[in-house]
Ligand binder design. Structure first.
Ligand SMILES: *Cc1c(COP(=O)(O)O)cnc(C)c1O
Length: 430
């Protein structure tokens, strides 16, 4: 018997294989070399035949030069933080293609002079929220709030209800964030009840503004009371509202979710929100409101450190101007439509133990806590879950009562065929 080690092809020889060379041109040589080295080791260990080294290396290569992998969101959580919140729609993806190269992000092509960065997004935001005299975009919702605190409240007080001291995730807390800028928080009321008089007593010469934070990932029920923006605005100090979710106007299915237009109409001077929650765009922080105040925020030195790149500006503008983004389509999809899609999918999987079942979807960490959305799912044996996660693209479902549920609420209809293919691939591999 020949020692397989002697027959393992040399690295140079494998790298010279035209398919491997093409992959190296596309993905970069280090990544491809790593895959070749791993495949050579497999051959030495006798796990693959020496003549299959190139094949094995190719199979192990990622489709693109990123370790990030595409995941189909079949969890029924429309805004899944671990999956990058909102998926971008076709309009935003096309805009990313334009912005990926050189583009006139800060140039006036008519005159050849410097142009105002992000003017297109600002126009689109002001068109979408008529009450907003000004608009500015930063990295994310947290940056938007921190920048406002840094601009107006360093060494001064921000008055906020104890019922609105929110932890937004991964251990990050709004009160810590605000205080890290050098502003002082003046907490009023209790966890469950805060009254107008509590705010009144706390307001004084040191007050920079009253902050209203939307509890976007929890609800408090029972003996509760909170003061709305309209009443707070009557106190004679500026009100800043962190609405979280990024709804620009009211949404009929989410009556308890605040929106920028209504909050500004109620008297807030500034509103902050995320771009990648219910707005359905890229990660971004929106600052909307009084034109002069927005301009002060925009000119504040720290604003430069929170500036968004051209990719974000392009994707955000396309989300605002383009057709309904996937997140909104997912929220609005009628259950009958989801059921029809599920039945069609099940029909394509004749030899799979699949059932069409009712399901309950949620909006997710991005807003509307406690709201469930009627949905429909494919129910598969539990063993499918891990195999689907390992596929290309990966599919993330939900485990429930010993079954793997693939909920269609958060999945774009255009991805149904791909999902069916992923399930078939698992079935034939099993
Ligand atoms: C999500 C959220 C934030 C943080 O926004 P990011 O875009 O994640 O930085 C802040 N405040 C509220 C109320 C939120 O819901």
């Amino acid at each position: 018997m020949l020692d397989p080690r002697r027959r393992v092809p040399r690295t140079d020889a494998v790298l010279a294989d035209p398919r491997i060379a093409a992959a190296a041109a596309r993905l970069g040589r280090p990544l491809v070399k790593e895959a070749v080295t791993a495949a050579q080791q497999q051959a030495r260990d006798g796990l693959i035949a020496p003549e299959d080294v190139a094949e094995a290396a190719l199979a192990a290569l990622p489709p693109v030069a990123t370790s990030l992998r595409s995941v189909l969101n079949a969890t029924g959580v429309v805004l899944h933080t671990n999956l990058g919140r909102a998926p971008l729609g076709p309009a935003a993806r096309e805009a990313l293609g334009v912005a990926a190269g050189n583009c006139d992000v800060e140039l006036d092509l008519a005159t050849g002079a410097r142009g105002r960065r992000g003017a297109g997004v600002v126009d689109a935001l002001r068109a979408a929220v008529p009450g907003a005299g000004g608009a500015h975009v930063v990295n994310n919702g947290a940056a938007a709030l921190a920048l406002i605190a840094a601009t107006f409240a360093v060494g001064r007080e921000i008055v906020v209800s104890r019922g609105e001291l929110v932890e937004i995730g991964d251990g990050f807390r709004i009160p810590d964030l605000v205080e890290s800028t050098g502003a002082r928080l003046r907490e009023v009321g209790t966890t469950n009840r805060t009254h107008l008089a509590d705010y009144e007593r706390a307001i004084g010469p040191d007050t920079a503004f009253v902050l209203k934070v939307h509890p976007s990932n929890f609800t408090v029920t029972g003996f509760t009371s909170a003061v709305g923006v309209e009443k707070l605005a009557g106190l004679g100090v500026p009100v800043v509202a962190d609405i979280g979710s990024g709804l620009l106007a009211p949404h009929p299915l989410l009556p308890d979710e605040p929106d920028a237009a209504s909050v500004l109409a109620a008297g807030a001077v500034l509103v902050t929100a995320s771009g990648d929650k219910l707005l359905g765009g890229p990660q971004a922080g929106l600052i909307l409101g009084d034109g002069e105040l927005v301009e002060r925020v925009r000119r504040f030195p720290l604003a430069r450190a929170m500036r968004v790149d051209k990719l974000t500006l392009a994707a955000l503008e396309a989300t605002l101007r383009g057709p309904v983004p996937p997140v909104r389509a997912a929220l609005d999809a009628p259950v009958a439509e989801l059921r029809a899609r599920a039945e069609a999918l099940a029909a394509q999987l004749p030899d799979v133990d699949v059932r069409v079942v009712d399901s309950a979807a949620t909006v997710g960490g991005g807003g509307a806590p406690g709201v469930t959305l009627d949905s429909v799912a494919l129910s598969l044996p539990e063993s499918y879950a891990a195999a689907l996660r390992a596929g290309e693209p990966a599919v993330l479902g939900r485990l429930e009562s010993g079954r793997c549920l693939l909920d269609l609420r958060a999945l774009a209809p255009a991805d149904d065929e791909v999902l069916a293919g992923c399930v078939r691939a698992v079935r034939s591999g099993a």
